[in-house]
Design a binder for this molecule. Structure first.
Ligand SMILES: Nc1nc2c(ncn2[C@@H]2O[C@H](COP(=O)(O)OP(=O)(O)OP(=O)(O)O)[C@@H](O)[C@H]2O)c(=O)[nH]1
Ligand SMILES: [Mg+2]
Length: 331
């Protein structure tokens, strides 16, 4: 089983997949347990709807899944609940597979990655883990301490820099955009492959801070007209439905290219990935309904989930693999 997924490595103890399963155990019991030894009937669909909502899939994604499942059950003349479970499994894989992404670290030099998100989501920790991952892949990394609000934030990043043996560019005080600009110049001067830029936590409702994060992106572009090459939002998987609001607000402000979903080792329910998968297309439909959609014919690409976090250690971050995730959620 373990070898089916590209995240599983021989020697993983306990295996990554088992840990992911451990984190999602509650949802798996509730959701997977629904289908045992029964026929498909209206009450099964109702219970499934409730279970998906409790798993944080959200109203829109839950409606989508239930409608599609009803269609498939009819079309394929499904009778028992186990068959419906397999259908749900495949449907989830179909929805989540487009969220997989492979990061080409050699696409630009330096590759500039900007990390943003609400307070405490796991931005700085994820940067520490990414540094470890990229160094293991043979890349050189430099960190930019773009969280200039708190001295403790600088120290925290410096600690991750020390653990990984990489340079951290920071300033006593000052403008986060300027710190990141300097870090990019330093990376160029030293021929470093990847710059990971930390930023302070901010809520989408804090307009001045959302303006600041836009400015950080603009200033990065001044250092390199194609940068930032990646703009990642870090989301705590325990956030529930607010995760979708965060995705939409940060996407609108800075144009996200990926998401890092953290803390899946805790009490997270995991269904939020379905909500994330449909966030952009639901947003586009809502805008179309209101007549405010700008590029009406442009296809809506979902925002990839670049990585998932399963703990506080250096090795606790891996790429998102749809089939692995769905298996941990359902089987
Ligand atoms: N269990 C668990 N804890 C995590 C994970 N990622 C981060 N944390 C913890 O979450 C807390 C906040 O993490 P930070 O990395 O400081 O979060 P941040 O987004 O940088 O926070 P601010 O800079 O204050 O906005 C720390 O205690 C981390 O150890 C994870 O995947 N699993
Ligand atoms: Mg931080």
């Amino acid at each position: 089983m373990l070898r089916l997924f590209k995240n599983s490595e021989p020697g993983d103890k306990p295996g990554w997949f088992d840990r992911l399963k451990g984190g999602l155990a509650k949802t798996r019991t509730q959701l997977g347990g629904l289908f045992a030894a029964r026929r498909i009937d209206e009450s099964l669909f109702e219970e499934l709807e409730t279970a998906l909502l409790s798993a944080d899939a959200g109203v829109a994604a839950t409606e989508h899944l239930i409608t599609e499942l009803r269609k498939r059950a009819r079309k394929n003349r499904l009778e028992n609940a186990e068959q419906l479970k397999s259908e749900l499994h495949e449907l989830m894989v179909e929805i989540l597979s487009p969220l997989e992404v492979s990061i080409d670290c050699g696409a630009h030099r330096p590759l500039i990655i900007m990390v943003a998100g609400v307070n405490g989501a796991g931005k700085t920790t994820s940067i520490g883990k990414l540094t470890h991952l990229y160094q293991r892949q043979g890349h050189t990394v430099l960190l930019a301490a773009g969280d200039t609000f708190r001295a403790a934030a600088r120290e925290q990043l410096a600690e991750w820099g020390k653990q990984n043996g990489v340079t951290v560019v920071s300033q006593q005080s000052g403008d986060p955009a300027a710190v990141i600009f300097d870090a990019i110049q330093a990376a160029r001067a030293r021929n470093i492959g990847i710059v990971l830029a930390d930023t302070a936590g901010r809520l989408p409702t804090q307009m001045h801070l959302m303006e600041e994060v836009r400015k950080i992106k603009r200033v990065i572009r001044k250092a390199d007209e194609h940068a930032p090459h990646h703009v990642w939002l870090v989301i705590d998987a325990n956030t529930g439905q607010n995760a979708v609001n965060q995705v939409c607000a940060f996407d609108e402000a800075i144009g996200l290219t990926g998401i890092i979903l953290t803390k899946l080792d805790g009490t997270a329910k995991g269904g939020v990935v379905a909500a994330i998968a449909l966030a952009r297309s639901n947003q586009a439909s809502a805008q179309a309904d209101r007549g405010t959609r700008q590029s009406k014919d442009a296809p809506v690409q979902p925002i990839p989930i670049a990585y998932v976090g399963l703990g506080e250690g250096l090795d606790d971050l891996r790429p998102f693999v749809a089939r692995e995730f769905v298996s941990a959620l359902l089987d």
